[in-house]
Design a protein around this ligand. Sequence first.
Ligand SMILES: [Zn+2]
Length: 260
Amino acid sequence: MTLSFQRFFILLFLGTISCNNSCDIENNDKKANQKEEEKNKNKSLNYNKDFLLGKFDYRDHPNFVLVSEQWSDKEIYLQKETLEAFDKMATAASNDGIPLIILSGTRNFDEQKVIWENKWNLNKLEMQDETKIALKILTSSSMPTSSRHHWGTDIDINSVEEIYFESAIGKQVYNWLKNNASKFGFCQVYDDKKVTKRTGYETEKWHWSYLPLAKDILSEYKMQIELKDIKGFQGDYLAGNNDIQIINNYVLGISKECNF
Ligand SMILES: [Zn+2]
């Protein structure tokens, strides 16, 4: 009797020890899973459909901050992480004698709609074929709902004119960016498509994208957004037109170097 009691307590004790070890592992696993779930939940909350389509007010969004006067004389907002990376990049550039200024950052759906529809109405005055009008605008401007500028990760630097990048200072700026921007997470998404064979917009030497955030957002875009979501502006019915295919040719038409 006494012996079996002893056995019982020994077994209970061993059981507690083994549970202590295995339970710790189990608890850690649970915690890691919870953390991962929380992260994914936050991610999908941050990058829900409205976010991806630019249908939110970035001025009120907790991840967005105002760019300081040091880097822009306009009221420009970016995701905090994008701005921190730009701050480091622009400081390094400045130390090398290269000035970097942000001309454009986040634009939401409504702001992109104004840009698109102004161009649409202007072209309507002299062109009949609406597919041709859309294709003409799409050389340099996005349809609302399909712009990377919605995401707070993309910036236009110094000038949006090719002629600036042909000047002596423009060449220096561009060379510096080509050699250094990737160290800070930035990539030129719209490179020379005649060389790289991508589709979509013409070359934009001024447009740089902060990849550590933008690559996650693009993959969410691919998963969540369909052609039927591209709507709410003049000419929206053309988004799926064979010659346009806004998602395949434009949203996904970025430099391979930026698409990993
Ligand atoms: Zn741009």
